[in-house]
Design a protein around this ligand. Structure first.
Ligand SMILES: Nc1nc2c(c(=O)[nH]1)N[C@H]1C(S)=C(S)[C@@H](COP(=O)(O)OP(=O)(O)OC[C@H]3O[C@@H](n4cnc5c(=O)[nH]c(N)nc54)[C@H](O)[C@@H]3O)O[C@H]1N2
Ligand SMILES: Nc1nc2c(c(=O)[nH]1)N[C@H]1C(S)=C(S)[C@@H](COP(=O)(O)OP(=O)(O)OC[C@H]3O[C@@H](n4cnc5c(=O)[nH]c(N)nc54)[C@H](O)[C@@H]3O)O[C@H]1N2
Ligand SMILES: [Mo]
Length: 768
């Protein structure tokens, strides 16, 4: 395919960060955003200098201890040197190890959840490739369910509002916000840095324009959250710096004002919801003697009572939209704010109206608030997983530490399987998981950890077998997302680095060694797969009477327009219009303000209606500060953290922690100082930035700085680079969803005046 693009200097490509064209001069990548993108993401800049960075994995590598002693538990993971081996030898050894584990322990001893965002292409999609391989080669693997993104909401919302399609995929659009919404109440905001990203890609970043135009028309934005810049300046938002983790108290008080002033939509509650009276009894304090009124809430959430009651009255009279950032539910009892906000919207009775109601997670990614495509996008088939065991994704360390132990999940009592081998491709658990020092201890327990990686992430360093993988710019692929109206030819821009191979090529070679090559490849090379995957989309286009070019025409043109469904409000609008004819997929067919099903699970930590439950981790004398560990503005998670663009916002190479000037002054901390941020689980070094956009008592440090532990005799290591996941708690949101609680924790900060340790995160490990 390469030859056909030789006459063009720039080739089309697409990433989670946006669509663009790129060229390669042998050392740097030129990136030109897609001309139709009104607000391209600067994070595209991370590609510029990353292809030949020293952090890339050049050759297949095996950990010395694993090579010498064979598979088995080892505390040397993450510390050992590596030995480079030829591809053939490493693949032989890996195939042998997979056969050994399968024969001795069965496929249920292999954890292949492999959570992670990898890259955007539809064929070289590492998750799909690894799952397909494990299904074909081993007959299955222990999988994970749900995501780090929406761990709690993905489980609670279907109980409350039924199919997620109405909430995530076909709800209020940005066009409606521009045109119709009068008041936006945004819990956790809608930071533009977040909607820059969409898995699978996004060719038009519409959010900045939509927010500005809604505001120019007179829409009012209220931002409830600890960081002022979770909404952009053009929103001119009224900022309510709420105490972290107390939104449910505020929401209950809004509900209480509506109920006690009879401002709630009783007709809508009657016809479209179930269980309101049970909830109202709780609201009014009939159960526990405590009315959840504005005065009660004010003492918990730090927002003055008169402001709460005034906002409730305003909500009742204006066309309003309630949004909740994913961040709020990545916390202990994270199910509650998601459910409570749905109940508030139900009491306001505007769900299903244009620009109004409840749009959970709007603005958290570039998918939300868009119209889905009317045709399917190319998707790699994964085959069948014959293993039944699974975990909620964020319970990985518990699974490895407590094999065979029971755990609760969504009304079921399950058991953790006994895992011997963990196989990762396209994710970075040493980025995404909580309490990394604990994770490190759990990875010491298994027999073998395999990672396909583009670069020496902490996960690669902790692996026994590291297989060098191509980056997206080094291979041809197809870019598409279910919410984006363009499908992209993603053309290779540069040749593969050193000995790197595509995930597909690696799995095909392993499949050959395991006698299942034909089943895995179906006789296709990568190009044949691209052609085959596009066929489904082409057929659907043709069947609906749209332009349906063949693969070669699409490839030559570089992109193809996909039709979207109409902006008709989807299932929620239909439900609003006629709840009997178009019921929600809940047991009652209505919005469940009280859920008999959830109540039946008997969880005190998630009873039958939303309740106020304070986190069991509260700031105190030892750890007086609240930490927000949110998404980074300068990169996608941990990806390409070494690139100059990500580095440009660090200070002396360290991640920046932002804090309120008052908290800094009280500790003798100044701008650009180095601080030690610590709690009982771990400690990190970060640089400081002082800002009044951060609420007092809060320290914000983005995720994504590569874990760089400095061993400390007998104590947990210090991350000298600033990875907040050394501080966060490895705890499930309660038993209903078992989601990640990574967004927030507590800590103390002090100025670090010691000798500043060097950052080694991007240096390849020692090679023998
Ligand atoms: N404290 C805290 N922690 C969090 C969060 C938080 O808010 N706070 N947020 C959480 C959320 S929402 C998420 S989604 C997770 C994200 O966690 P991850 O998705 O695991 O993070 P990424 O950095 O995107 O990891 C992807 C990895 O895949 C590699 N890669 C890229 N392309 C390819 C490829 O083609 N093949 C292979 N084999 N590898 C490839 C990259 O080098 C990178 O190491 O983090 C979670 N962690
Ligand atoms: N630039 C960039 N964008 C991204 C990503 C990235 O890595 N980089 N990752 C993408 C992914 S995978 C996901 S899942 C989404 C994540 O989307 P989110 O999880 O919504 O994003 P975050 O930035 O982690 O959190 C949003 C905000 O929630 C606020 N918040 C936290 N706790 C509370 C609370 O108790 N109450 C209130 N009111 N507010 C609170 C914080 O101020 C935080 O800034 O972002 C996506 N967008
Ligand atoms: Mo996410």
């Amino acid at each position: 395919m390469d030859d056909r693009t030789a006459d063009r200097p720039l080739r089309p490509h697409s990433a989670h960060r946006g669509a663009f064209s790129a060229g390669w001069d042998g050392s740097r990548v030129t990136v030109v955003p897609h001309p139709a993108d009104p607000a391209p993401s600067p994070i595209l800049g991370t590609f510029t200098d990353s292809l030949r960075h020293r952090a890339r994995v050049a050759r297949p590598m095996v950990r010395r201890g694993w090579l010498e002693q064979g598979p088995g538990p080892s505390g040397r993971r993450g510390l050992d040197a590596f030995v480079a081996l030829p591809w053939d030898e490493v693949l032989d050894r890996l195939a042998g190890e997979l056969r050994r584990v399968k024969a001795a322990h069965g496929a249920e001893a292999v954890y292949g959840g492999s959570y992670g965002w990898s890259s955007a292409g539809r064929f070289h999609h590492a998750q799909r490739q690894i799952h397909r391989f494990l299904n074909v080669a081993l007959g299955g693997y222990v999988r994970s369910v749900n995501t780090y993104s929406a761990g709690a909401s993905r489980v609670i919302l279907p109980h409350v509002m039924g199919s997620l399609e109405g909430l995530f995929r076909r709800n209020v659009t940005w066009e409606q916000v521009e045109r119709d919404t009068e008041l936006l109440l945004c819990f956790g905001g809608m930071a533009l840095k977040n909607s820059m990203i969409a898995s699978g890609g996004v060719s038009r970043h519409v959010e900045p324009g939509a927010i500005a135009r809604a505001r120019a028309r007179g829409a009012r934005f209220v931002l409830v959250g600890p960081l002022r810049d979770d909404l952009p300046p053009q929103a001119e938002a009224d900022w309510w710096p709420i105490a972290i983790g107390t939104d449910v108290a505020l929401i209950l008080a809004l509900c209480h004002t509506l109920a006690s002033e009879k401002l709630h939509d009783r007709a809508f509650l009657q016809s479209h919801t179930t269980g309101y009276p049970r909830f109202e009894a709780y609201l009014l304090g009939k159960d526990d003697g405590q009315p959840k009124d504005a005065r009660w809430a004010a003492t918990i959430c730090g927002i003055e009572a008169p402001r709460i009651t005034a906002l409730a009255r305003e909500l009742a009279t204006r066309r309003n939209l309630i949004t909740v950032a994913h961040g709020l539910q990545r916390a202990e009892y994270g199910e509650q704010p998601v459910w409570a906000a749905a109940v508030l919207a139900a009491m306001l009775g505007q769900i299903g109206q244009p620009g109004a109601g409840y749009s959970y997670a709007m603005g958290a990614m570039g998918h939300y608030g868009r119209r889905p495509n009317a045709v399917p996008i190319p998707t790699m088939p994964q085959g069948r997983n014959g293993v039944r065991a699974f975990i909620p994704v964020a319970r990985i360390a518990d699974m490895l530490l407590h094999p065979g132990a029971p755990f609760d999940y969504n009304g079921e009592r399950l058991r953790y399987p006994e895992i011997r081998l963990v196989y990762w491709a396209g994710g970075n658990p040493f980025h995404h998981h909580q309490d990394l020092n604990r994770l490190r201890e759990t990875f010491a327990q298994i027999d073998t950890l395999v990672a396909h990686e583009t670069a020496w992430t902490a996960t690669a360093r902790h692996a026994d077998i590291v297989l060098p993988c191509t980056m997206t710019l080094e291979r041809d692929d197809i870019g598409a997302a279910g919410t984006d109206p363009l499908m992209h030819a993603m053309r290779a821009v540069a040749p593969p680095f050193a000995e790197a191979r595509d995930d597909y090529a690696i799995f095909a070679a392993l499949a050959a060694r395991m006698g299942v090559e034909e089943a895995f490849t179906e006789g296709r090379d990568a190009e044949a797969w691209l052609r085959r995957l596009c066929e489904t989309t082409r057929e659907a286009l043709q069947a609906k009477g749209f332009e349906a070019p063949g693969f070669d025409a699409f490839w030559e043109r570089g992109e193809l327009a996909l039709p979207s469904v109409p902006d008709d409000g989807g299932p929620l609008r239909a439900f609003r219009t006629d709840p009997l004819a178009n019921p929600l997929q809940t047991p009652s067919g209505r919005i469940e303000i009280f859920s008999e099903r959830i109540a039946g699970f008997g969880y005190a930590d998630c009873p039958g209606h939303p309740v106020w439950l304070p986190s069991t981790e509260q700031p105190g004398a030892q750890c007086p500060l609240r930490v927000i560990a949110n998404q980074p503005a300068t990169r996608l998670h941990s990806q390409l953290d070494f690139a100059a663009y990500s580095q440009s916002r660090k200070v002396s190479g360290r991640e920046v922690a932002r804090m309120n000037p008052a908290d800094a002054a009280a500790r003798g901390i100044g701008e650009d100082d180095v601080i030690r941020l610590f709690n009982a689980r771990g400690a990190l070094l970060a640089a400081t930035s002082l800002s009044n956009d951060v609420a007092p008592g809060v320290v914000q440090i983005a995720t994504g700085a590569w874990y760089d532990p400095l061993p400390d005799d007998g104590r947990r290591p210090l991350c000298v680079h600033g990875n907040p996941n050394v501080l966060t708690r490895d705890l499930g949101t309660p038993r209903l969803a078992q989601g990640s609680c990574g967004q927030t924790t507590i800590a103390q900060a002090e100025r670090f005046d010691g000798l500043r340790p060097p950052i080694r995160a991007y240096d390849p490990p020692e090679e023998l």
